[in-house]
Design a protein around this ligand. Sequence first.
Ligand code: GUN
Length: 292
Amino acid sequence: MTILDGKKTSSDIKDEIAEAVKKLKSEGKKTPHLAAILVGSDGASMTYVNAKVKACDFVGFNSTLIDLPENTSEETLLEKIQKLNSDSDIDGFIVQLPLPKHIDEQKVLMAVNPDKDVDGFHPINVGRMTLDLPCFLPATPFGIMELLERYKVETSGANVVVIGRSHIVGRPMSILMSQKRNAGNATVTVAHSRTKNLSEITQKADIIIAALGIPEFLTAEMVKEGVTIIDVGITRVPDATKPRGYRLAGDVHFESVSKKAAFITPVPGGVGPMTIAMLLKNTLLACQKNDN
Ligand code: GUN
């Protein structure tokens, strides 16, 4: 069994990006600048956004964190987005999800200039991705593709089962892996909450991408020997024995499933760090495009 080490791989990618930034700077070119908007004080979102800002520092990017209170109106948020759209120093920006309930998420994502949409959530980027056109790929699926590629996991002709159909992970993952590309050419099944006989489907899978958000949902009986497991879930499960009062659990019961797997991502240290590395990669691409 091989651990798909997202922490190590993301660290390699960040080193590559840091080298590229050094080169840009030495050539007198623009320093990449990422901005992040956070609305409210959800603990997990704050952790993720802070990690994104810290990663910017590490690779030598400029970063701006726009921290807005929970009761921010949709109008104010849209104004902030317009400001970032027209600020020529900002190469890319993200609006951390989820947003408070009184804000229309779709309206917000559509307001982001697609050329600065380094999360790849704007319909233009989603459409371009679907049509195999150059675009910003959403960071989590992009990170998973990169992990599969760097660890040389065979995907061509493989039976892939994606559990979950979210716009951020499941849906784009299913599209990317079916495309003619590196870590693609797979036969993809998308399973979701209405799927019948899920175990029968997962037992035939060569690769399973678990992105449903239910802790330890996928168990050893549901998978075959030699399967590759990508665990996208990361849920805070209350645990009084931990100093923070919770532990982080993936969507996969790691202890049992890892005994049957050929490759498996851990939680934490698997997909999560890859997401941040690919966000940086998209920002670098955005900056290079702007500066040309
Ligand atoms: N919330 C969970 N994942 C993501 C992500 O990749 N980007 C943003 N903006 N919010 C998220």
